[in-house]
Design a protein around this ligand. Structure first.
Ligand code: PLP
Length: 357
């Protein structure tokens, strides 16, 4: 893939950038440039380019605006103490986007092109990568949208893949604190044959009303159960779940209708290395309630790129509640081990890190 570059003549000045990086928040400020590549059946992927960051001009009949043919990814670039910048398992994000693309009837972007696109943007906007202090990072958002101007329902014959990036502060301000969860019995995420395993905006659109329900009930996040039986724990709106038992064994819900988190799969390897057996299986909501009551479940955590790992506290549902698990010890150990690899403070024994600058 040949990438052309048109540099911005209106880059954010150093003083303003320092101000932004001191307190970046999440998804608020965007870097000076963006990456774009387009696809048509005749030309395949073509016209790869880095250009100044700015608004898109879209015809109101652009397909994505109507039928949500869209996929996205979320990943981060981390700055080490020596100043170098690294991404975490970018090929895994690329491979997942290819799987999501298949489900959404999109053409696949080759893994190498995905990684090259992310590298190119991070390199041109390297000064936007905050120092790693306090778990700051550059959040990277690759996405693919249906850009044919057409209101018929069929796969778009014009597709646009873009990468944008936004500096991100620590997910937890003022220390890590467990998230409380609301169990929705009304709404579900995805059923067999649905889009649950694809990273696509539609899954998030469908989660919003359930999240509102959680907030209205005083909880931080919502947890979804399976569609078929309404019995088995799937995941949160955007995070996978883990349950730690008294004997040190760990259970995480099996894949199929959940999103296969890259944090989730990394944790399986880290926990295994720490001598904990991890089982991927169906995990019922009753097992959760009973495990907390009996003390068999000692820790619960959720994971995803944004928060890395967050301890899970109380679970509430319509008519009941169970309290937080007893401990967060292993949760925090696994979290630290992962964060240390990401910021280059521990040996990268799995070969997960990719050097960008
Ligand atoms: C992105 C996402 C996750 C977490 O995946 P990571 O690769 O670990 O960031 C979990 N659940 C859903 C629904 C997601 O979209």
């Amino acid at each position: 893939m040949q990438i052309s570059t048109t540099l911005s003549t209106e880059t954010v000045d150093d003083a303003r950038l320092a101000e932004i990086l001191a307190n970046p928040g999440f998804g608020i400020h965007f870097t000076d440039h963006m990456f774009t590549v387009e696809w048509t059946p005749e030309k395949g992927w073509h016209d790869a380019r880095i250009t100044p960051y700015g608004p898109l001009s879209l015809d109101p009949a652009t397909a994505v605006l109507h039928y949500a043919q869209e996929t996205f990814e979320g990943m981060k670039a981390y700055r080490r103490e020596d100043g170098s910048v690294w991404t975490f398992r970018p090929e895994a994000n690329a491979a997942r986007m290819a799987r999501s693309s298949q489900r959404l009837a999109f053409p696949e972007l080759p893994v190498d092109d995905f990684v090259a696109a992310v590298d190119a943007l991070v390199q041109v906007d390297e000064r936007w990568v905050p120092d790693g202090e306090g778990e700051k990072s550059l959040y990277i958002r690759p996405f693919m949208i249906a850009t044919e101007t057409f209101l018929g329902v069929r796969p778009s014959q014009h597709v646009t893949f873009m990468v944008i990036a936004s500096p991100a502060g620590a997910y937890f301000k003022g220390g890590i604190k467990p998230v409380s969860l609301w169990l929705t019995e009304e709404y579900t995420r995805a059923g067999r044959g649905g889009m649950g395993a694809a990273k696509t905006g539609g899954n998030y659109a469908s989660s919003l009303v359930a999240q509102q329900e959680a907030t209205a009930n005083g909880c931080d996040q919502v947890v979804f159960l399976d569609v078929a039986e309404g019995k088995y724990v799937e995941e949160l709106g955007g995070m996978n779940m883990y349950f730690v038992f008294k004997d040190g064994s760990i259970v995480t819900p099996a894949t199929g209708t959940i999103l296969e988190g890259i944090t989730r799969s990394s944790i399986i390897q880290i926990a295994d290395g720490l001598g904990h057996q991890v089982t991927e299986r169906r995990f019922s909501i009753d097992e959760w309630r009973d495990g907390i009551t009996s003390g068999d479940i000692v820790e619960i955590f959720a994971c995803g790129t944004a928060a890395v790992i967050t301890p899970v506290g109380a679970l509430k549902w319509d008519g009941g509640e169970v309290g937080a698990p007893a401990s967060q010890e292993l949760t925090m150990r696994i979290r630290q081990a992962l964060v240390d690899v990401q910021y280059g403070r521990a040996e990268d024994s799995f070969g997960w890190m990719h050097h960008v600058v």
